[in-house]
Design a binder for this molecule. Structure first.
Ligand SMILES: [Zn+2]
Length: 314
């Protein structure tokens, strides 16, 4: 039996998992992200933690095919990470560093959104498909494109960063990336709330959201929309309309078999994916027979470790 290890490095915790080649998760665990001194000790911590867990589970290092690792920032084709803001990592080769600490074990690296997409293709909502685009609707909007079972990283490591595609001219508020009018500003959890607040200001129409006096979440907007609230429905039409438009652009570029929607906002379920799918398909006039092409993610926060481990098997 051979194994692979998946590591998903986040700003507060590092998630880890040991998998069988078949995709079966043997054990998962998390350690805190030690960010002091520019995350100087982060790879030692990961190496120690993996070595300890392999000993505990009785798996020999010789039976581990390799480690896959995701980091929250762009990764260049040679594994170089120029800057990783959340970790304070600058100008590093994380995979090389971890490999050296693990006696030369092969280590592969990619961006965290990309490994989540690969994970969903392998064992999640995209299982059974080889080409998918995953969109994570959380605090921000993340994305990853998998083509023929491989991550498209791009030359600068920004392939699949759909949250920062420009969708609106004249936006005055700025995005986290410094841009104005990015998809993330409308379709993320915070974006949905922002759109709803703007709609409430434009009209006096009664709304469940107005009763909450500005203290509502994206979940509240989705719940109100399900209950037939006019403002909430208009909000989702607008926000998911922007997303559907962007997905149609991706369809014209890489033409995936399905789009997989994950992240906290996706808990609204098929009510939400149906809106996205309707907008997407309204722009896909070149395809006559439209099958169900927007599905829900299934792995939640574990998608990253699954995809990281799967990279080893490429
Ligand atoms: Zn942006």
């Amino acid at each position: 039996m051979k194994y692979c290890v998946g590591v998903d490095v986040g700003g507060t915790t590092i998630k880890n998992g040991i998998f069988e080649e078949s995709g079966k998760l043997i054990v998962k665990w998390a350690i805190p992200t030690r960010k002091e001194d520019g995350s100087a000790h982060i790879f030692e911590d990961i190496a120690d933690s993996i070595s300890t867990k392999l000993t505990e589970t009785g798996i020999s290092k010789a039976d581990v095919l390799g480690i896959g690792m995701g980091v929250p920032g762009p990764v260049l084709p040679d594994g170089y990470v120029e800057v990783c803001v959340n970790l304070g990592l600058n100008e590093r080769f994380p995979a090389r560093e971890l490999s050296a600490l693990m006696d030369g074990m092969p280590v592969k690296i990619s961006n965290d959104a990309n490994i989540a997409a690969l994970g969903e293709m392998w064992q999640g909502g995209g299982k059974g498909y080889e080409s998918i685009c995953m969109v994570t609707l959380g605090t921000g909007v993340g994305g990853g494109i998998i083509h023929d079972e491989k991550i498209i990283n791009g030359c600068h490591g920004i392939a699949g960063e759909i949250g920062h595609m420009h969708v609106t001219d004249g936006e005055e508020e700025s995005c986290n990336c410094g841009g104005h009018g990015c998809l993330e500003q409308y379709a993320s959890a915070t974006g949905i709330v922002r759109v709803a607040k703007r709609k409430l200001l434009e009209t006096d129409v009664k709304s469940l959201l107005r009763e909450k006096e500005e203290r509502f979440s994206a979940k509240d907007v989705c719940d109100a929309a399900k209950a037939g609230d006019e403002i909430a429905l208009e909000t989702l039409e607008y926000s998911m309309g922007k997303l559907g438009l962007v997905l149609s652009y991706i369809a014209m570029c890489s033409d995936p078999e399905v789009f997989v929607i994950g992240g906290g906002v996706s808990k609204a379920g098929e009510f939400l994916t149906a809106i996205i799918e309707r907008h997407l398909n309204s722009h896909l006039n070149m395809i006559k027979k439209k099958e169900k092409n927007v599905v829900l993610a299934r792995l939640g926060n574990d998608a990253g470790i699954y995809g990281a481990a799967k990279m080893v098997l490429e």
